[in-house]
Design a protein around this ligand. Structure first.
Ligand code: BES
Ligand code: ZN
Length: 872
């Protein structure tokens, strides 16, 4: 049976058609008993049945044939833990045709947030357990033996035996409930044909709120008892979104009901189980009094994302994990479409730039991977739920949609969904549908984006009324890369009405823009040319010096849209980090944003400031204070406009922006901000409902008070911990965890890091406390090394572990540190963190090179002084 070991995929001797599953979880002993009868189509002559199973003990297994009343017992049953397979060997060849495989097994309700696991909650001061499943990507096998691959679709008939007083949910509606003493047997309607990773079960005590769509789909949001009010917002979003997607995909939602439920211990943000979507509390619950605008937006976009999967993912499923991006990239893109339609004033598409930017950041590493990525072992799948699959995936879809046009795009999608419904698809199937619908060479165009990693930087030069375009691979390290793409280029000159687009198919191309320039002459001072209009393309643009200067001017004059202002800044930052533009020139450009008021642009300006601030502290410690002062100056205009108190009728974006600007000023240790925050924080300690500290500015206040905390002056820290302990709102807890580590005092940082490992912090939340201040970097690294054994024991089997590595390692900026990290992990790496570790070390090298190049800039000091003391 060795031939079955070490394989990425199961052999194709038999394929499952229907699962009849019975499970009996015991919430006291945290174990479960189960049995499964699988209708199999045996298609090849074989003595073996090979399926997935892990962490289960198998009590019995046999195959029977209804046609011949034959029952075959295996001569050997082996569970190969390394490959998570169960191999059944039979003495005789199994007859071809339909058989039933019966297996009886036991398992443990684990505390690892995967498979069939326990989560805990409190009710009237009493601690309780609930049982929950999380199967994606490959953990259904920890709950019942199965063909645990997305292409092995079957129907599922589920029956649960649970304590009579509990709520027991699964993908489908209940058809029968029989109470028998303390227990009840709940059976559910059989599901349509679907993949194993979408099967779900939740057992616990819950309340719900309910509504229905215009065509009668029953929608419920389940919350902890007493918290149903917090479910109303998500319920509204879900009902509207289901109706919207029914129209967009031109296929109705396939199931009779949709339940959404908040789970107190949850590794991801949410999971799109067919008909029973599970969420972290922060991604589903919205509290009028204590949730921030950012929390509200998070709930809306996560709900929209998971509901998109009900079509894109659940109805049409990727054929293998190589095509995971089809699920995640698409759901991410379409969640913006839905959110925009529900909340147009949020201008959510402008925030799509954050997705694109994160995609570009990760894909600028040599250690990135193509969107379509080879998967050789189940343990590698977790790591590809990353910014490439989600954000680059969503960005290339957006790029394609804007190239093909919204209508043609939607029509082709609807036909793709119809064609592959209740089945599986590969990336090329989507391209084929879009190619057929549009008549454009989609496959050729898109292969260059999904089959090779990285993306181009397009250099633009203006010469003799002509524009020269040249593409080369962009790498954050500044190294040359040899990729080449088919790049949809768009540009406009002096006005958004004067635009042009073409496909750059070769290394370089010259475009005559004479006509486009028309009356606007680039020689005259006020003209400008912007490439990648509205940032719909997944590439960066590098302008020649002249064009760059003119764009700076256009930014100050507010000629450009916020998305273009964002793009120019972000490209410039990336190009600077790659050492192809000086820090001096980046800072000068940043100065052009001093009157910026748009959320998305300022939010990125803040983000970039914080990264530049950190690198400058390493490169030129004596300029640190002046750079700090410059960043404070940059935020004055917006800080004054926004103030501390919400304005009546203000926009959602202003509410979010206020929080970010004040938090940034707090991190910059701006004295007046720290004083005011302290005043408001103390009012809040007296009265949790004080109007002085609304949810949108709480993070800012918490970060601010932490800036002055030291071991000998720690009362604000203790008060913050008290707020943490008192609140039962997960969003409040994560705000606090995220603020604690911003303290400059290494002793306090160490204390707050240790706090993350206590039972007071759910293991799902610890990662929020890892964003340490620059003063805490060494402490955090020493702590990580010290606690590594404990950390891998607790988080070792999921993607949360990767965050410990990336968040603590990536901020370093020296070659010695990179070496130290490599040495430490040499004997400790494992498949689940291998990619992240390489990426983090690469970032350290990039930072270290950047530090060296900044140190060589001769005019930096002078420029910084000028910027820091310029009066605006
Ligand atoms: N399918 C994922 C959940 C998931 C993530 C399962 C990682 C297994 C591993 C779900 O649809 C998802 O993408 N959730 C996101 C939230 C979303 C709004 C980006 C998440 O969990 O962060
Ligand atoms: Zn998703």
């Amino acid at each position: 049976m060795d031939q079955f070991k070490g394989q990425a995929r199961l052999p194709k001797f038999a394929s499952p058609k229907r699962y009849d599953i019975r499970l009996k979880p015991d919430l006291t002993t945290c174990t479960f008993a189960g049995s499964v009868a699988i209708d199999l189509d045996i298609v090849e002559n074989t003595n073996f049945i090979v399926l997935n199973a892990a962490d289960l003990s198998i009590n019995s297994a046999c195959v029977s044939y209804a046609s011949s009343s034959k029952v075959l017992q295996p001569v050997k049953v082996e569970l190969v833990e390394a490959d998570e397979i169960l191999v059944l060997e039979f003495a005789e060849t199994l007859p071809i045709g339909i058989g039933v495989l019966d297996i009886v097994f036991d398992g443990v309700l684990n505390d690892k947030m995967k498979g069939f696991y326990k989560s805990t909650y409190e009710i009237n001061g009493e601690k309780k357990n609930m049982a929950v499943t999380q199967f994606e990507p490959a953990d259904a096998r920890r709950c019942f033996p199965c063909w645990d691959e997305p292409a092995c679709k079957a129907t599922f008939k589920i029956t649960l035996e649970v304590p009579a007083e509990l709520v027991a949910l699964s993908n489908m509606p209940v058809i029968e409930e029989k109470v028998n003493g303390d227990l009840k047997t709940v059976s559910y309607q059989e599901t349509p044909i679907m993949s194993t990773y979408l099967v779900a079960i939740v057992v616990g005590l819950f309340d719900y709120v309910e509504d229905h769509t215009s065509d009668g789909v029953k929608v419920r949001v389940y919350c902890q008892v007493g918290k149903t009010k917090q479910g109303n917002f998500a319920l509204h979003v879900a009902v509207k979104t289901l109706e919207l997607f029914k129209g967009y995909f031109a296929v109705p939602y396939a199931l009779p009901k949709l339940d959404m439920i908040a789970i107190p211990d949850f590794a991801a943000g949410a999971m799109e189980n067919y008909g029973l979507v599970t969420y972290r509390e922060t991604a589903l619950l919205y509290d009028d009094q204590h949730s921030a605008a950012a929390n509200k937006q998070r709930v809306a976009t996560v709900v929209a994302h998971e509901l998109a999967h009900q079509w894109f993912g659940n109805l049409v499923t990727m054929e293998w994990w190589t095509h995971l991006w089809l699920n995640e990239g698409f759901a991410t893109w379409v969640s913006y479409l839905a959110t925009d339609s529900l909340f147009p004033d949020w201008k959510i598409w402008t925030q799509f730039l954050d997705e694109c930017m994160e995609g570009l950041r990760l894909d600028g590493l040599a250690e990135s991977h193509p969107i379509e990525v080879e998967i050789n072992h189940a343990s590698e799948i977790d790591e590809i739920f990353d910014a490439i699959s989600y954000r680059k995936g969503a960005s290339v879809i957006r790029m394609l949609q804007s190239y093909l046009g919204a209508e043609s795009f939607q029509r082709s999608l609807a036909s793709y969904i119809k064609k592959h419904a209740y089945s599986n698809a590969k990336t090329e199937d989507l391209w084929a549908a879009l190619e057929e619908g549009s008549g454009e060479p989609v496959n050729k165009l898109m292969n260059s984006w999904t089959r090779q990693q990285g993306y181009p930087v397009v250099s633009v030069k203006f010469k003799d009324q002509k524009l020269e375009f040249e593409q080369s691979q962009f790498l954050s390290s500044g190294a040359p890369g040899d990729g080449q793409w088919i790049v949809p280029i768009t540009l406009c000159c002096c006005s958004y009405n004067a635009h042009k687009s073409f496909l750059l198919q070769t290394k370089s191309e010259t475009q005559d823009v004479n006509e486009l320039l028309g009356s606007c002459q680039v020689e005259s001072g006020s003209s400008w040319i912007k490439v990648n209009v509205e940032q719909t393309g997944f590439y960066r643009v590098k302008y020649d010096e002249e064009l760059r200067a003119r764009l700076g001017y256009a930014i100050e004059k507010k000629y450009l849209t916020e998305t273009d202002r964002f793009g120019i800044l972000d490209d410039s930052f990336a190009i600077c980090m790659a050492r192809q533009q000086s820090l001096t020139s980046l800072l000068t450009l940043m100065g052009a944003y001093r009157e910026e008021l748009e959320y998305i642009v300022l939010s990125n300006l803040i983000n970039i400031s914080s990264k530049v601030g950190r690198i400058a502290a390493d490169a030129t410690p004596d300029l640190k204070d002046d750079i700090n002062q410059f960043f404070i100056n940059l935020l004055q205009f917006s800080a004054e406009k926004l103030g501390w108190d919400p304005k009546q009728g203000e926009s959602h974006l202003d509410a979010m922006l206020r929080g970010e600007v004040l938090t940034a000023l707090a991190r910059l240790r701006h004295d007046l901000t720290l004083d005011e925050a302290s005043r408001r924080f103390h009012a809040f300690l007296e009265d949790r409902n004080t109007p002085l500290l609304p949810p949108d500015i709480r993070t800012a206040a918490y970060v601010a008070v932490m800036q002055r905390v030291t071991t000998s002056n720690r009362s604000d820290y203790d008060s913050l911990l008290q707020v943490y302990r008192e609140t039962d709102l997960s969003q409040e807890k994560t705000r606090i965890l995220g603020s604690m580590a911003s303290c400059p005092d290494p002793n306090i940082i160490l204390e707050s890091l240790n706090f993350l490992l206590t039972s007071e912090v759910r293991s799902q939340d610890a990662v929020f406390g890892l964003a340490v201040s620059k003063e805490g970097r060494e402490t955090a690294w020493a702590w990580l090394k010290d606690k590594w054994d404990h950390i891998t024991k607790t988080w070792g089997s999921g993607f949360l572990l990767t965050r410990f590595v990336s968040m603590i390692v990536s901020p370093f900026a020296s070659f010695e540190k990179a070496k130290e990290v490599e040495e430490f992990f040499a004997s400790r790496t494992k498949p689940a963190i291998a990619r992240t570790l390489k990426q983090s070390i690469e970032r350290v090298h990039i930072n270290a090179n950047w530090v060296q190049s900044i140190q060589k800039e001769t005019k930096l000091g002078e420029a910084v002084k000028e910027l820091a003391f310029r009066k605006y």
